[in-house]
Design a protein. Structure first.
Lengths: 161, 273
């Protein structure tokens, strides 16, 4: 199980960095890390959502100028909250998009507020809103396709097989 | 409640929140912060081959799409660049002659170099930013070479960002084009001052002049004004004014291309307290 979570995290980190590098102003690049946190939480519940959020937050921390641990904290809370909303439900496409949009907004908001409180480089400059809004919107559009894939990847295997 | 702490918080959540808060606390302490910065840089270096492989896989598709849509514009840009090369060669020759004259005059007047700053530190870029707002690139020189947060970073003779973290052997640099970055500039021709804000890796810098009514000539060079909270020394080349968009928005095209950075120079200049 840990290998599958690890593989998913690695794919999300590399794909996120690759897509963001190629998109103009990162406007069209989905925030794949928070999308995967929401998808994991929806598939496997709040505890695994929080754990996956913590791991992906650490990965995000490695790339950002924010204090170490800030994204880990924000993504942990997002993963837990997303899992609490309704793990194990059968998610309709629009619900996947709404949950992902809310998770991305919450993650960005928590990191921005945390960075401002800690006196770090603020992510709330006007120029950051466009790329962030683009990342949230495209992540929500991708979510209906990503949720079933993540759920299948992380589905518990039947005993005895 | 079963599986919850006395305060009603699930133990796993409490543990992860505590781990995050511990990391944030350690990050604010001097020695531990250096270890964490080194760890972050090492993690990014470990991921950079995968990131490079991903970019190599996607690049042909992106270039094909971009090439098809911009073939005509590329031909015009090529012709313009040829003219610019000729002009710049002539300017470079004039600048060299002026530099020699300036050194002679400065020596005659007994002037010391600007700010008496220490010689710059050359560093190799080991990891590029991932394109997200606030993401940094990493260079392989750090506190052992005198690199400290706040120092300007140059490439190809132009400003590319500033150091935001440093530890032994590593430093993280926030690119100028990042949406969370801003620099005070002065246009070298008209002398107008303003603020250049990052608009993303491929979109350059958005220019807000103090006097929005002033006409700006495309191609005009922008240098640091030294006014924006004193974050950068004055006179560092930042970029050239790009043709205005249909919405009238003026942008600066950075002189140094972020995606092709290999070697940079860290200016050991620190903002006045």
């Amino acid at each position: 199980v840990i290998c599958r979570f690890g593989a998913l995290l690695l794919i999300a980190v590399v794909a996120d960095a690759t897509l963001a590098s190629f998109s103009a102003s990162a406007l069209a690049s989905p925030d794949l890390l928070l999308l995967s946190v929401a998808a994991v939480a929806a598939a496997r519940g709040r505890e695994r959502g929080a754990a996956f959020g913590f791991a992906s937050g650490l990965a995000a921390d490695a790339f950002l100028a924010t204090p170490a641990g800030l994204c880990a904290l924000a993504f942990t809370l997002v993963g837990h909250a997303a899992g609490a909303v309704g793990a194990g439900r059968r998610w309709r496409p629009w619900a996947c998009a709404v949950l992902t949009g809310a998770a991305c907004l919450a993650g960005f908001g928590l990191v921005s507020v945390g960075a401002a409180l800690l006196g770090a480089a603020p992510l709330v400059l006007p120029g950051a809103f466009g790329p962030t809004a683009g990342g949230v919107a495209t992540a929500a559009l991708v979510a209906p396709f990503a949720f079933p894939l993540v759920a299948r990847l992380l589905a518990p295997r039947a005993a005895g097989r | 409640v079963k599986g919850s702490s006395p305060a009603g918080i699930p133990p796993v959540l409490a543990l992860l929140v505590a781990a995050s808060l511990t990391l944030m606390t350690l990050d604010r302490l001097g020695p531990a912060s250096a270890v964490l910065t080194g760890g972050r840089a090492a993690a990014r270096q470990a991921l950079s081959p995968l990131q490079a492989a991903g970019e190599a896989a996607v690049r042909p598709l992106g270039e094909l799409a971009g090439g098809l849509s911009r073939a005509g514009a590329l031909r015009r840009e090529n012709a313009r660049l040829r003219r610019e090369v000729t002009e710049l060669r002539s300017q470079a020759a004039r600048a060299e002659a002026l530099g020699r004259e300036n050194a002679l005059l400065a020596g005659a007047l007994g002037l010391v170099p600007v700010d008496g700053a220490a010689p710059p530190v050359a560093a190799r870029v080991v990891s590029l930013p991932n394109g997200r707002a606030g993401s940094t690139f990493v260079v392989d020189r750090g506190s052992e070479a005198g690199v400290r947060p706040g120092m300007p970073v140059m490439a190809s003779g132009a400003l590319v960002g500033r150091v935001v973290r440093s530890s032994r052997g590593w430093a993280a640099v926030l690119p100028l084009a990042d949406p969370t970055s801003a620099v005070g500039i002065r246009l070298s021709g008209s002398g107008e001052t303003g603020l250049a804000e990052g608009a993303g890796r491929s979109a350059g810098l958005r220019l807000d002049l103090l006097d929005p009514a002033v006409a700006v000539a495309p191609g005009e060079l922008a240098v640091t004004s030294g006014l924006r909270h004193g974050r950068f020394p004055p006179g560092l080349p930042v970029g050239r004014v790009a043709p205005a968009s249909q919405r009238g928005e003026v942008r600066l095209r950075p002189l140094a291309e972020l995606g092709r950075l290999e070697i940079v120079q860290v200016l050991r200049w620190e903002a006045p307290a």
